[in-house]
Design a protein. Structure first.
Length: 217
């Protein structure tokens, strides 16, 4: 059974690894999208523009219907970068609408906007899984997000002793693992998580793939 890297910006190169490569889309690169390797596609809050939203959503809708597109995103909210927050919310709402229509999970980027993200989930009664990628906040806040129905994915924070990610891995049964854009092997992250969970790497791989199959289309 492969290691599953649920969110990476790098093309898969390691044997025995299934990577879901995240692509931030603009109209001029849609035709170059992979047709077989698993990917996620979305309008990243750093780059999405509300005045281009109609055109970008048109292209995104076409590509998101590909069978190898497993997630919508990376999309989300970022208080430190990108358009003003009101515009980012409009852009994210459109992508949530698309994810609901296609019944595909959302992979979410969120920086200092968690209250807005929670409110948006509640207001829209989002049914598809919403996965917070690269979660590295404290354990209590992670539990709050889990109680609101979000799923969490951990990256290199899992390698840091006493991080919120490492504590949540120890105390939570359902989570995903990722490399994002880090220069680290997903296998190293799995090894660290398995130690925290007091299980074998193979047991962890099986559990994560089982959870993923419940979500994937």
């Amino acid at each position: 059974m492969d290691f599953l890297d649920i969110h990476t910006h790098k093309a898969a190169t390691e044997p025995g690894v299934t990577s879901i490569q995240s692509l931030s889309l603009t109209s001029d690169i849609f035709l170059a999208m992979p047709k077989t390797k698993p990917i996620s596609v979305g309008l990243h809050p750093w780059f999405a523009k509300v005045d281009q939203l109609a055109l970008q959503m048109k292209y995104l809708t076409v590509v998101a219907n590909q069978l190898n597109v497993k997630q919508i995103g990376e999309c989300g909210l970022d208080r430190l970068r990108g358009e003003k927050l009101e515009n980012q919310i409009i852009i994210l709402e459109k992508q949530i609408e698309l994810a609901e229509k296609l019944n595909k999970p959302l992979i979410l980027h969120c920086v200092k906007c968690f209250s807005e993200l929670i409110a948006l989930k509640d207001r829209l009664s989002v049914k598809v899984p919403m996965i917070i990628h690269g979660f590295n906040k404290n354990e209590a806040f992670g539990r709050q997000l889990l109680s609101k129905g979000f799923l969490l994915s951990f990256g290199t924070a899992a390698l840091k002793e006493n991080s919120g990610a490492s504590k949540l891995i120890q105390s939570t049964d359902s989570f995903f693992l990722e490399t994002d854009d880090a220069d680290v092997s997903i296998k190293d992250i799995y090894s660290a998580a398995a130690i925290l969970k007091k299980c074998t790497v193979d047991e962890l791989k099986a559990r994560i793939f089982t959870d993923w199959k419940r979500l994937s289309v």
